[in-house]
Ligand binder design. Sequence first.
Ligand code: SF4
Length: 535
Amino acid sequence: MSSSSTLEIQPSSEAQNSPEATRPKVGFVSLGCPKNLVDSEVMMGLLHRGGAELTPRAEDAEILVVNTCSFIDSAKQESVDAILEMVEHKIANGGRAKKLIVAGCLVERYRDEIRKNIPEVDAVVGTGELESILEAVGLSRPPAVESNSPFNILSTAQIERHASSVNQHSRPESDSAQVVHETASRPEGDAREAAGRFSREAWDGAHTALPTYLYTADTPRILTTPRASAYIKIAEGCDHPCSFCIIPQLRGKFRSRPIASIVAEAQHLIARGVREITLIGQDTTCYGEDLAPDAELGRRVELADLLNALAPLPGLKWLRFLYAYPNKITTRLLETIARHDNIAKYLDVPLQHASANVLRRMKRGGTADRFLQIIDKARSTVPGLVLRTSFIVGFPGESEEDFAKLCKFVEAAKFDWLGVFSYSDEEGAQAFTHEDKVAKRTIEARRRKLMKLQQKISTHAKKAWVGREVDLLVEGESEETELLWQGRTLDHAPEIDGKVLINDFGPHEELVPGTFYRAEITESHDYDVVARIIE
Ligand code: SF4
C-alpha cells in the first residue's frame, strides 16, 4: 500500500446495520503523513461499522473519498491531482461513482474554494469532523456516549484489521474494558491561542472553531499498514509557534489521549497479530502535558510513562515513537528507551536547522552547540542510539553563512537518517510575510548539497553494518525489483528510512511477510543494506 494511492483493502465480510442491497461501496485515497493515514483508517472503520462496503478499486466505488494533505505546496498539488483523478472516475465510469468526498487538511485550509472550483465534489470533511464522513456517505451516526460526569467512560475498541497488500484478513473483536478520559490544555497553547497563533480568520470558509476531535480506543479502525505493524496516534494538534508551519491552524491545539485508552488500543492490536507499534503525533514528546495530573504519580504523565506502560505488553516485539521536539528530550525519556529491550533505540528529532539566526526566525530556538549537547547526552544514555532528523533549507533570510553552519553541524552530528526539505512559502504561516526570500534555484542547490553530504556520511556508516546479525521484519517483495525481498530492522522506522534488501532466503523455501527472521548483513550501499536470512 502506498500512502499516495488508493488504499488496498478487501471488500468487507460484514456490515453491521445495512442490508446488502443498500450498502454503499466506498473507495479511499489517502495522502500525506502517517497521522493522516490513521485518520483514513478511522474513517474507514466508521464507514465499515456504519454498513458501508470498502473497495480498493476506484472504478468499482459508488462513493470516492480523498483524504488530503496540505502541509506544503507539493503536497497540496498532489492532493488536487488526486481529487481531479477521482473526478474523472465519477464522470468517465458510466456514472458508477455517484459521490466524491474530500477530507483532511486541504479542507481545513480551502473549504470554500474546493467546493467553488471543483463542483464535482459533493461533500467536504475536515480533520476535526471525521465522524461526519457517515452523513457525507449517507449513513447515520451511532448515538453519542452519554455522560454527565466530567469524565468520559468509554468501552474499548472494536478494532478490525482488513486485508491489505500483504494478505490481511478481517478479524472482528468483541472484548470490552473501560478507560477514563480527562483532558485540560497546556498553558503554552492557551497563551498562543490568545496571541492569535491558531487564527483562521483570513482563510476562505474555514470554520472559526478549531478541530478538537481525538479518536479513542472505542473508535473502530481498519488497518491498512502491512501485517504486524500499526501506528497509534497518541496526540493530535500542536501548540508550537514554528513560523513556517500552518499545522496548528489545520489540526488545532495539542491534545493527548489518556494512557489507558492507548494501552487498550495497543492490546487489541497485539491480539490481532500486530507486533510493531509506532507512536505518532505532531510532537510526541509533549505527550501528557495537557492531561490532568495523575493522582498516583502526583504529576502529569509523560511520554516515558506511556512507554513504560506499553513496553511490557505481552506479544509486543517492537515499540517506537516518532517526531520528538529537541528541548523535550528528557533524561527520564532517554533512560526509559535504554531500559526496555523492545523499545527502538531510535530518536526522530526534526531539528529544522542548526544556525541560531535561522532557528530564531523559525521561532524554534536552539543552537548547533545546544543540539550537539543534546545528541551527546542521548547517545551516552542510550548506547547504539539511531538518530533521524530533517532540515528545511532556504528559509527566508538563510544566508550562505547560515547554510555553511548547517553543513558543519551535519558533519559533526553524523545522523543515521536525514531528510532535507526545500522551504515552501505557505500563505497563513508567519514566515510568508518575510521579505528576504531565498531564490528557488539557491534553495534547490542547497538541498542537493546537503543531501550529498549526508550520502557520504551514510555510505560510510552503512559499511559498519556488514557482518552484523539482526532481527528482520520481512515486509514482502522489494518495491524496486521482484528479484529481491525487503524488510526492516529495529533501526528502520516504517516507510521513511533506508531498506534491508534480502537476496538469500537461507534455510527457507519462502518467506512470510509480516514475520521476523534472523539475518546477517552481507553488503552495504549508500542508504540500503543487503541481507541473507540465517534463521
Ligand atoms: S512542531 Fe512546529 S513544525 Fe512541527 S507541527 Fe508543530 S508547529 Fe509545525
